[in-house]
Ligand binder design. Structure first.
Ligand SMILES: C[S@@+](CC[C@H](N)C(=O)[O-])C[C@H]1O[C@@H](n2cnc3c(N)ncnc32)[C@H](O)[C@@H]1O
Length: 213
């Protein structure tokens, strides 16, 4: 659904934060949470070849699809997909659990790209994801743990430009968190995109989070 946006605008959107743009160009570690089929991850990997993107999603079929596409993209060597939810990913990452990443075929990549230690990410992205989670607050805490310092906040719609404040360019971390916009007033939802969201939300998103427990 978001692929045209990811393909044409996602990297530009992140680049609108000057400090973040500089860091991404220089080369930092990025954690893309709930990457689905990987549209956002491919866009960042292509736009910032010096940075390393670790993209995770608990959904096996999404990760298989994204991994297949990656194998067919020989121009990309700075991206890997791992099947994991954010809570277990961060737990195993911080505990340096090599077996966890080995079993997911990602250990060699993490070592090669020097993401493994020190265990930190400079940018964490969660695009249209948090509302699908069974424990949104716990997941946001896990995201914060993955960052050096969380200094950047949220947008509420995909069309909003992100804002940032960071005091230390080298040490600061960024969380880009975006959720689809919906209104409690049905009159505000009388357009094509809002109608679709209003249908997808109870039938898909709520079902996904309930299914996770
Ligand atoms: C609406 S989809 C968005 C996918 C992708 N970010 C995009 O915009 O195309 C939400 C994704 O969040 C993933 N997800 C749900 N719970 C999660 C969790 N605890 N940790 C990481 N990802 C999760 C789902 O598997 C799903 O792929």
């Amino acid at each position: 659904m978001h692929h045209p946006f990811f393909k044409h605008s996602w990297a530009t959107c992140l680049s609108s934060v000057p400090t973040l743009h500089r860091l991404l160009q220089k080369g930092v570690a990025v954690l893309d949470i709930g990457c689905g089929g990987g549209g956002s991850s491919f866009a960042v990997a292509r736009a910032f070849p010096n940075s390393t993107i670790v993209a995770i999603d608990p959904d096996e079929s999404s990760i298989s699809r994204a991994t297949l596409q990656l194998r067919e993209s020989p121009d990309i060597d700075n991206l890997c997909f791992i099947q994991a939810d954010v809570e277990s990913f961060v737990e195993h990452f911080m505990a340096s659990n090599e077996d966890f990443f080995k079993s997911r075929g990602a250990l060699e990549f993490l070592h090669k790209r020097r993401v493994w230690m020190p265990a930190k990410f400079t940018l964490v992205t969660a695009y249209d994801v948090v509302h699908d989670m069974k424990d949104p607050v716990g997941s946001l805490r896990a995201m914060r743990t993955a960052l050096t310092h969380t200094t950047t906040t949220t947008t509420t719609s995909a069309t909003t430009t992100p804002s940032s404040q960071t005091s230390d360019e080298e040490e600061g971390g960024f969380l880009f968190w975006s959720e689809p916009f919906g209104s409690r007033n049905p009159m505000n939802n009388r357009n094509t995109r809002a109608k679709m969201r209003a249908a997808v939300s109870p039938l898909h998103c709520m079902t996904v989070s309930l299914a996770q427990g």
